[in-house]
Design a protein around this ligand. Structure first.
Ligand code: BGC
Length: 272
């Protein structure tokens, strides 16, 4: 657990898909900064409640509540923001994290698998960003709390840059996020909204468990990571809390890769 240093006191953060994995670590990390936390889940209510309980039982943290929402549904996302605002008063930080993989070779990929991944990973992040921007603009500046009107963090992936055969729907959704994030920055930075992405590499979560949980899979994964360590969700949590805070105020419209060097293409070290 990172040291509590109160960088997000009196701020409210929605973290979508935070019942487990990277989202849960981000929720705990932002909570540790003193923020109020909305733990969002789609189906894992009990796991979400555990994350909220963790936040609520740590003194340095703000208050956590649990809200259900399928980010691919506009009415759900609207309700998520409405309930958050009625409970906490406003939203200061939106971490659009919910995402999934449904992998198939392209020539066998059912249209449904393509659509589902785009709906959650890209449309879901658009819907959350849209609601967040509307709330930031409605609420106006709270200089005593932050020098920015609001902060949006998109959870992207190294696959916004690295092509990924067998996962074209996922890679396309993350590539799309890059342009979504940059376009938001271009339009709303003059309003003092900050919009950035975090691009995790191989982080040990359920999404890639079938790979890291076997000896062979782990060995293959490590070949892709110059730093020779598979990441853990807390690696992302600590970057997210800094990126949400005023310490990173002048960072806008950027992707921060948190990948142990994966995007430096280690396969080329002795070849090519
Ligand atoms: C994917 C993981 C994968 C990692 C590195 C992530 O975005 O969700 O399954 O291990 O990228 O390839």
């Amino acid at each position: 657990m990172q040291k509590p240093n109160k960088r997000l006191e009196q701020q409210t953060c929605i973290i979508t898909g935070s019942s487990g994995g990277i989202g849960a670590a981000v929720a705990k990390a932002l909570g540790t900064e003193g923020a109020n936390i909305v733990v969002n889940y789609r189906s894992s209510k009990e796991a979400a409640e555990e994350v909220a309980h963790w936040v609520n039982s740590h003194q340095s943290c703000g208050e956590a509540i649990v809200l259900k929402c399928d980010v691919s549904k506009e009415e759900d996302v609207k309700a998520l923001f409405k309930q958050t605002i009625s409970h906490f008063g406003t939203v200061d930080v939106c971490v659009a994290n919910a995402g999934l993989q449904i992998d198939h070779p392209l020539h066998e990929m059912p249209l449904e698998a393509w659509k589902k991944v785009l709906d959650v990973n890209l449309t879901g992040q658009f819907l959350c960003a849209k609601e967040a921007i509307n709330e930031f603009l409605r609420r106006g500046m709270r200089e005593e709390v932050s020098r920015s009107l609001g902060k949006i963090i998109h959870m992207s992936s190294v696959h916004e840059e690295i092509p990924w055969a067998g996962h074209a729907n996922y890679a396309a959704s993350k590539g799309g996020l890059l342009m979504l994030m940059e376009s938001i920055c271009q339009a709303y930075a003059p309003h003092k909204i900050r919009c950035n992405s975090i691009a995790p590499g191989a982080i040990k979560t359920d999404i890639n468990k079938d790979v890291w949980s076997t000896e062979q899979g782990k060995e293959d994964m490590l070949k892709l990571i110059p730093y020779k360590r598979i990441g853990v969700p807390e690696d992302i949590g600590s970057v997210a809390s800094w990126l949400a805070s005023d310490e990173s105020e002048y960072i806008n419209g950027t992707t921060i890769f948190v990948d142990g060097g994966m995007t430096c293409y280690p396969g080329f070290t002795t070849n090519g």
